[in-house]
Design a protein around this ligand. Structure first.
Ligand code: GRF
Length: 195
């Protein structure tokens, strides 16, 4: 299974996927990594010899125009699966329509709890005693697509956004690596996702 990963940040989840895909026997390979800015995580792709591209959001007049440029790269790369891992942008509807349901996203909360760009911060602000990590299929909502995998994670006394997020990320990575494997092996059918 060929996989393209889109990021905006440090790409620690991307790195975990690159490492997993380097293992012999893992049924997926990362064929490209794209970003909406000069993301630090692009260095991980370069280290693994994986093609990178950037479509800087601020160089485009609108979300739609940015999305059209991004879609061109995705068509060129022609990956079987697109993984959003820390992409901090909502994809425009046209792009989601074109590639759905072959786009999945990892989110640092137990969806449908705390969707959106600040799931970790929102869980803390709500005084939640537990949150989680989720892997979903991207639809035209905000973190509202079918859930492919999720796991509960405790919020500990004294947690701040950083400590909680660092406890969530390893779970995200494990879920993401497992979901990509199951898609590659046909155990998950993105056209008929059942949990
Ligand atoms: C991850 O928790 C992801 O779910 C969220 O942002 C974080 C990205 O972290 N959207 P990294 O860039 O993979 O380190």
């Amino acid at each position: 299974l060929s996989v393209a990963v889109l990021i905006s940040g440090t790409g620690s989840n991307l790195r975990a996927l690159l490492e997993a895909a380097s293992e012999p026997g893992y049924p997926a390979r990362i064929v490209a990594v794209g970003a909406d800015r000069d993301a630090a995580g692009l260095a991980h792709a370069a280290e693994f010899g994986v093609e990178t591209f950037t479509v800087p959001y601020r160089q485009h007049a609108s979300r739609e125009e940015w999305g059209a440029a991004l879609a061109e790269h995705l068509r060129r790369v022609d990956a079987d699966l697109i993984v959003l891992s820390g992409l901090m942008r909502l994809l425009p509807a046209d792009l989601v329509e074109e590639f759905s349901p072959r786009i999945i996203n990892t989110h640092p909360a137990f969806l449908p709890e705390f969707p959106g760009a600040h799931g970790v911060r929102d869980a803390l602000a709500a005084g939640a005693v537990q949150t989680g990590a989720s892997v979903i299929i991207v639809d035209n909502g905000v973190d509202s697509g079918p859930i492919l995998a999720q796991e509960r994670i405790p919020v500990l006394d004294g947690d701040d956004e950083a400590t909680l997020h660092e406890r969530i990320k390893p779970v995200e990575r494990r879920l993401l690596i497992d979901v990509v494997r199951r898609i590659a092996e046909g155990d998950i059918d993105l056209a008929h996702p059942v949990r």
